[in-house]
Ligand binder design. Structure first.
Ligand SMILES: [Zn+2]
Length: 420
């Protein structure tokens, strides 16, 4: 639907955003060896500090915060046992402890219910390390402290002031993601449309105008293949040539799954963000959804199997990622995301407002018991979400930035709005 008055006001100042540029690196064999060592040291420090803090939590003691644990890192480096840590750049290891400190803080933050406790890092799959400063780019080469000039495939020009760089492995290739601070004019969204969106299981997203985006459900399709490959791996002799080959196959499959999922979500959020100035979404509380299915050992949840299946789909479809992408894409374009209370959006009749769970004839269709209004259930929900969003705009909620959605933080591969 169209807005009668433009709610998004034209603003003439500029804003700063962080933009990430990702390039494939072409390291020499020595540099590649350094990458492996840096990533190994970082993983070691992360796991050691994590283990220490989890042990303290188990014994009801507060975790050790960054300042103190950084002092312990200095002692580790001087010891015979962990002296190998000195081969990595010290800021890389300090950064890792800061990241861990942040992960713990987020996990305990009640406003971010989707955040989970930090986990141990395993070798190989997500090897990475980050330089908080000291990065220079010279043509198609990037300077990494203690490693030197590394050639990279400069696929697009770099702009802005370089802030930090993350080196990571994907399969057998290494990449660098360079974060730059860029000043841009505050954009004004080209459209004046407002839309409600229902995130669903059958479709990734259903819009209040009746259109829908299919989600790629690669995990389900490929999970059988993954399970088969993993069974084969278990039968192979550990650390043999065939075992390594099989493990590489599994890593590639993990990457394919992640790529296909990310692709579908990016396509949907880009299209939606281009066409609608204001997007209304339900606020998600996934932790509740997952917890309610499981219940506890003494009091198991109802329909555990069924709900576990649904939760699986929710995670599979990337609902959080969808919300996160819409939020930053709207910010670039001068649009907005409004999060609304999810209560009753699926039970309420979008025509007359009558609310009853009997309105839902089945998973797919909505049929109002009061006025007879019948519609696709997801479209009906999207219309309710739009109505709730409009109500929020009417009471002035629109001038506020949408609250950060729980659990949507993470990958810095995409430009992020700069925190104040
Ligand atoms: Zn009705």
């Amino acid at each position: 639907m169209r807005l009668i008055n433009r709610h998004v006001q034209v603003q003439s100042y500029t804003m700063e955003i962080l933009k990430a540029y990702r390039f494939r690196l072409e390291p020499t064999p020595e540099q590649r060896q350094s990458f492996v060592e840096f990533a190994g040291c970082r993983r070691f420090v992360w796991n050691k500090a994590l283990e220490l803090n989890l042990y303290r939590l188990d014994h009801k003691r507060p975790i050790i915060r960054y300042r103190d644990i950084a002092g312990m890192l200095r002692l580790w480096k001087q010891s015979d046992e962990f002296g190998f840590l000195a081969q990595a750049h010290s800021q890389v290891l300090q950064q890792c402890l800061k990241d861990l400190d942040r992960a713990f803080a987020d996990a305990f933050d009640k406003k971010q219910p989707g955040k989970r406790m930090p986990r141990f890092k395993r070798k190989g799959l997500n090897d990475s390390f980050r330089f908080p400063q000291g990065i220079r780019v010279d043509g198609a080469r990037v300077f990494l402290p203690k490693i030197g000039m590394v050639r990279m495939r400069l696929s697009r020009p770099l702009a802005g002031e370089i802030r930090s760089a993350t080196v990571s492995r994907r399969g057998k290739h290494w990449f660098v993601s360079i974060l730059c601070r860029v000043e841009v004019d505050t954009p004004v969204h080209p459209s004046d449309s407002i839309v409600g969106i229902d995130r669903g299981v059958v479709n990734l997203a259903t819009l209040s105008d009746g259109s829908a985006f299919e989600g790629s459900k690669p995990l389900r399709r490929l999970s059988r293949k993954l399970a088969r490959l993993q069974r084969q791996l278990a039968r192979k002799k550990k650390l043999s040539a065939n075992w390594h080959k099989q493990r590489d196959r599994i890593t590639r499959l993990h990457i394919n799954i992640a790529d296909a999922r990310s692709d579908a979500i990016h396509k949907a959020t880009t299209t939606i963000s281009k066409n609608h100035a204001i997007v209304c979404l339900e606020e998600l509380r996934t932790r509740n959804m997952t917890a309610s299915a499981k219940g506890s050992a003494d009091e198991p949840g109802s329909n555990v199997r069924q709900k576990a299946g649904l939760n699986r789909s929710i995670l599979d479809m990337g609902w959080f990622e969808f919300g996160r992408q819409l939020e930053y894409k709207q910010q670039w374009r001068g649009g907005q995301v409004i999060l609304i209370d999810p209560r009753n959006t699926s039970r309420k009749c979008s025509a007359c407002g009558f609310t009853d769970k009997g309105n839902r004839a089945d998973q797919a269709s909505f049929s109002c018991m009061a006025c007879g209004h019948a519609e696709n259930a997801d479209v009906n929900a999207a219309r309710n979400i739009l109505a709730a969003g409009l109500a929020a705009t009417a009471c002035g909620g629109i001038g506020r930035k949408a609250p950060r959605e729980a659990g949507t933080g993470g990958a810095a591969m995409q430009p992020l709005p700069l925190a104040a």
